[in-house]
Ligand binder design. Structure first.
Ligand code: IPE
Ligand code: IPE
Ligand code: MG
Length: 254
């Protein structure tokens, strides 16, 4: 059994329910840098290094889909040079770390308003998806220029054009149809969403998909969020009573 605080990584899943689909809001890079009197860019770099670590840990624990929030549709409001550094870091990360992702069997996919990203970033996305498409162990889904509202807007637009063409009647629109028109309809809704850095909000992440997600908030800033806390989050998740509006399994059987 893994002992918390013990630095040895055992990936022992005995008694540990690991989510098939996990979402992580990688927040707190700026505060991490500020605490060290470093520029915000150093925090983003440390955050990117930690993403590599998270991928390895999740892959070894048996997570199948890991969706990470890298850049939101609202993050364009930041100073131009910070946005530029984030885009550069994104390109650098996938060039530098693809061999390690490959070693871990990690397929890379992207979700978000990809068409509005700079050309270099779109190129990195296309190359990253293509070269990793046959990897089987885990999917890393990077939410880049992602906004839950924009995703729903795009699904509504796709459905509306089918209504306009007479292919679908308004009465035939279902929840399932909306799910099927999201960016990556084959990716299961996240069972657990982790947000480090102590913020109690969703910040426009996976709005449709999080309807029944469990939440786990930690005060640790993203670059410091490691194996021990991930293990703790999975332990807590294993103990949650997920009722989905019904009764807990114990009550249902009495
Ligand atoms: C997350 O860290 C990275 C992005 C949003 C791109 P922040 O940059 O938001 O860090 P804080 O919240 O200012 O500490
Ligand atoms: C959420 O963090 C977005 C990402 C981690 C990419 P923000 O730092 O943008 O969220 P707010 O502004 O605190 O809600
Ligand atoms: Mg933040």
């Amino acid at each position: 059994m893994p002992v918390l605080g013990n630095k040895k990584k055992t990936y022992d899943t005995t008694g540990l329910k690991v989510p098939v689909s996990l979402g992580v809001i990688m927040d707190g890079n700026g505060r991490w840098a500020k605490k060290r009197l470093l520029p915000r860019s150093a925090g983003h770099r440390a955050g990117a290094e930690n993403l590599k670590e998270l991928c390895r840990n999740c892959g070894r624990y048996g997570v199948k889909y890991l969706t990470v929030y890298a850049f939101s549709t609202e993050n364009w409001a930041r100073p131009e040079d910070e946005v530029h550094q984030l885009m550069e870091l994104f390109v650098e990360f996938f060039e530098k770390y693809d061999p390690e992702l490959e070693q871990e069997g990690i397929r890379v996919r992207f979700t978000g308003d990809i068409a509005s990203l700079p050309e270099k970033v779109r190129e990195t996305i296309a190359i990253g998806e293509e070269r990793s498409k046959n990897r089987q162990k885990m999917q890393l889904i990077v939410a880049m220029n992602y906004g839950g509202r924009r995703e729903i807007e795009s699904a509504v637009r796709k459905i509306a054009s089918r209504v306009k063409s007479g292919e679908v009647e308004p009465e035939e629109i279902t929840e399932q149809m909306i799910s099927d028109n999201l960016y990556l309809p084959d990716v299961p809704d996240p069972e657990l969403i982790i947000r480090p850095s102590g913020e109690f909000r969703i910040s426009n992440f996976l709005l449709w998909e999080c309807a029944y997600s469990e939440f786990w908030i930690s005060d640790t800033l993203w670059p410091d969020f490691g194996y021990d806390e991930l293990t703790q989050a999975f332990r807590d998740f294993a103990g949650r009573d997920r009722r989905f509006g019904g009764l807990s399994s114990k009550e249902a059987s009495t």
